[in-house]
Design a protein around this ligand. Sequence first.
Ligand SMILES: [Zn+2]
Ligand SMILES: [Zn+2]
Ligand SMILES: [Zn+2]
Length: 246
Amino acid sequence: MKITLLGTGDSVGTPKIGCNCRTCREALGGGRTRRTRFSIMLEYSGRVVLVDTSPDLRWQLIRNGVSHVDAVIWTHSHYDHYAGFGDFYRVQNNVDVYGEKKTLDYILHYLHFMSYVRHDVELLKPFRIGEVNFTLFPVTHYCIGTPCGIIVEWNGKKLVISGDTNKKIPDESLKLIKNPDVFIVDAIVPPEYKVKKHMNAEEAMELSKEIGAKKTILTHLSHLYLPHDEASEIYPLGYDQMVIEL
Ligand SMILES: [Zn+2]
Ligand SMILES: [Zn+2]
Ligand SMILES: [Zn+2]
């Protein structure tokens, strides 16, 4: 399986509109400091599955040469995770979409002009797309519907995507996400900041240790980090178009 981080930014992206901080100034010039909003692409057996559809999805797909998407799984109902699905308008019809019921109700109301094939997913119950098992697990964030992370399993390998969450992940979820080969985790700010809806880098690294992740990649990153090359000397930060093979 090939995992591509299409977008590693927080909801405003880097650079942030109107911001003149050092990170945003550097990001204007491009490079790894520039971060589009959150999506992840999984490719296996000729399939393309997206986890979330960033408002920046159009350019993310074009620059990665993606012409067709087989399925979309939504983690939760925040704008930065679903709005780009509208870019399939007049491009691709009837994409299979997966998510928890209230999340789908909310997102598909917004995207009423689109055509899609809806799949309501029960939390903590695996479902298959091709030969790969996916499980949505509840996390702790604040939005309409139940915010979720995703476990992806195939061939004895395990990828866990935390979704947007703070560190107080329910016990039933914690049990399931143990010992992933790769853990892609929300770490919106560096450790000197604390936010209620997300983890900072220190909390994300603690969680990674607690669940015994073999490889950790921080994502959903804000402009409050130092420019990428400096910040990534301290933390394992992801960057747009980073590829992980499993
Ligand atoms: Zn988000
Ligand atoms: Zn800034
Ligand atoms: Zn969110």
